[in-house]
Design a protein around this ligand. Structure first.
Ligand code: SAM
Length: 298
């Protein structure tokens, strides 16, 4: 084999929910049974050996730690919400990133967690309950239907947009997209391409909508897809609109080597994680509006 397979042992990551427990106490507790170390990229993230099963661990059950991958945990950190801010999590269930935002905000300020799917709203509510986050308001509805001019959103300073995507960066059976074509078990079929095209159209709409909220200073767009169509192409297609609102792309996690595919000028600001090397294929783009007064929303 030219590449490691999906069966390569994967370290386990847990994110300490600092709303309930501090990192040192979590480390101390987990060290009683496991070998544990801190991650060097994401604060509050701990690394355990491959095969460690923590599903029934009391710290997981009581919401003191969350089983959350490293790439997924980078998203809320990339947005960097401050305590006291109002933040909109546009596509939020099952809520892993919502409660991570709440922890970064130390439970202060407000998070509006929007979710379209009724069943998934229940999972979102369960995650919030388990996390103990006191500052999340759940909104069951379509993000695209939220009116940016509604005074309810006039103080929203940051938006996390983690919309539905193909999931091609996390589903093991799709890893062969990365292999050279002569080694592929199968290639992306026409049905897949059509599905990705539809997802990308939604992603562009959702990101354009996020850009139109008047007080927003920071937007993170993320996917767990490896497809350029859902990642760099989405960002590239909204860039003129983003610029017209005064946003620019900023480099998130500058110390991270794997950047966006070089398909447009500025794609080095984007961040990719690799489904094999980094265990999950994620994509993160950070838009920042530095001087709101100069924009047409100002
Ligand atoms: N951010 C979540 C987390 O970390 O736990 C995962 C979000 S998942 C990738 C995308 C979610 O967006 C799904 O739960 C889906 O039902 C929801 N969704 C899709 N279209 C939406 C829309 N128009 N408005 C609000 N939520 C939507």
């Amino acid at each position: 084999l030219l590449y490691p397979t999906a069966d390569v042992p994967k370290p386990r990551y847990v994110r300490v929910n600092t709303l309930k427990l501090d990192v040192e106490s979590a480390l101390h507790e987990l060290e009683k049974q496991h070998k544990v170390r801190k991650d060097d990229i994401v604060p509050d993230l701990l690394i355990l050996p491959p095969g460690t099963d923590l599903h029934d661990h009391p710290l997981v059950v009581n919401g003191s730690v969350f089983l959350q991958g490293r790439a997924s945990s980078m998203v809320a950190v990339a947005l960097g919400p401050q305590p006291g801010w109002e933040v909109l999590d546009a596509c939020s269930a099952p809520g892993n990133k919502t409660v991570h935002l709440a922890a970064l905000m130390r439970g202060n300020g407000k998070i509006i967690a929007c979710e379209l799917n009724k069943e998934r709203v229940k999972r979102l509510e369960d995650t919030i309950r388990r996390s103990g986050a006191p500052n999340v308001e759940v909104l069951h509805g379509d993000f695209l239907n939220l009116n940016p001019k509604n005074p309810l959103y006039s103080k929203v300073r940051a938006i996390l947009l983690d919309p539905s995507c193909s999931g091609s960066g996390t589903a093991a059976d799709r890893l062969d997209h990365l292999l050279p074509s002569h080694t592929k078990a199968h290639s992306v079929g026409a049905a897949d391409t059509e599905r990705i095209r539809k997802l990308a159209a939604f992603q562009v709409k959702a990101l354009s909508h996020a850009l139109s909220f008047p007080a927003v200073e920071k937007i993170v767009y993320s996917t767990c897809s490896i497809h350029q169509m859902e990642n760099e192409d989405v960002v590239n297609s909204v860039l003129p609109l983003a610029r017209s609102y005064g946003f620019q792309l900023m480099t998130t996690f500058p110390q991270w080597c794997r950047r966006g595919l070089p398909v447009f000028e500025g794609s080095e600001h984007l961040l990719r994680t690799d489904p094999i090397q980094d265990l999950e294929g994620f994509f993160i783009a950070l838009f920042v509006r530095e001087n709101k007064l100069l924009t047409k929303n100002g």
